[in-house]
Design a protein around this ligand. Structure first.
Ligand code: NAD
Length: 249
């Protein structure tokens, strides 16, 4: 893997889970890393924390400006902040659709819009979006969440096309179920969280969840000069969930 010394990176939702693992790995490889999060308190050095809510345009513009000023420019944007939603298409009212799409889709749009002028000035510009296998998998009880990640996948491709001649690469990762505080919170709502975790592991092709660090490694690869000719791709880090058919049809 390339040395990322001097690379200036901004990670949204970087205070927890996949985003935090990504910020840490980028920093360990020598990048200078700013984290934009609702709650960036408690980040260890050398990570730089900035408070912003990606569902609010003014907050994003202020957060990106402050982070870029501190970094002295921007080479890499990781659009990772996201929230979940459960239910069929009929289960959530408009307000909930607007709230989730406002974070998962418009949050990405707002952050990208604020970051683009700075990325255009970079010689090694890259955007990596955290998508999900939900974008293409047809998961039950995930209509709103899947729609939001379907939009992230489409935006990844559209943005890659729009900015390829400007030298800005755009890719996404599609994690399967990753062992992050998010999944921990979901399991905690079960009557028996440990039994639920065991059942969840058993449903995975590899018999275990993906780790945040494994997803981070894919994000950092796509963000790095090692992927200089890679744009408009979705890299699944899902333990085989999407591609494998373990039972004969
Ligand atoms: P997490 O809840 O552990 O971390 C999410 C982070 O995003 C938190 O630090 C939170 O404060 C921040 N955040 C949430 N809303 C925000 C907002 N409005 N503005 C700024 N920051 C905000 O979650 P995670 O599991 O690490 O998920 C990260 C990303 O990975 C999400 O986009 C999620 O959709 C995606 N993903 C997760 C899984 C999984 O199984 N964990 C699977 C596929 C995709």
């Amino acid at each position: 893997m390339h040395d990322l010394a001097g690379l200036r990176a901004l990670v949204t939702g970087g205070a927890s889970g996949i985003g935090l693992a990504t910020a840490r790995l980028l920093a360990a490889r020598g990048a200078e890393v700013a984290v934009l999060d609702l709650n960036p308190g408690g980040l260890e050095a050398p990570l730089l924390g900035f408070t912003a809510d990606v569902s609010d345009d003014a907050s994003v513009r202020a957060g990106v400006a402050a982070a870029v000023q501190r970094l002295g420019g921007l080479d890499v944007l990781v659009n990772n902040a996201g929230i979940g939603a459960v239910g069929t298409v009929a289960d959530n009212p408009d307000q909930e659709w607007q709230r989730v799409l406002g974070v998962n889709v418009l949050g990405l749009v707002r952050t990208t819009r604020a970051a683009l002028p700075h990325l255009r000035a970079s010689e090694r510009a890259a955007i990596v979006n955290t998508c999900s296998i939900a974008a293409t998998a047809g998961l039950p009880q995930r209509a709103l969440y899947s729609a939001s990640k379907g939009a992230v996948l489409s935006l990844t491709l559209a943005m890659a096309a729009d900015h390829v001649r400007e030298g800005i690469r755009v890719n996404c990762v599609n994690p399967g179920t990753a062992d992050t505080p998010w999944v921990g919170r979901l399991l905690d709502t079960a009557a028996d969280p440990e039994a639920e975790r065991a059942a969840l592991n058993a449903r995975q092709p590899m018999g275990r969840l993906v780790t945040a660090e494994e997803v981070a490694a894919a994000i950092v690869y796509l963000a790095s000069p090692a992927a200089a000719s890679v744009t408009g791709t979705a890299l699944a880090v899902d333990g085989g969930m999407q591609g494998l058919r373990l039972r004969p049809t």
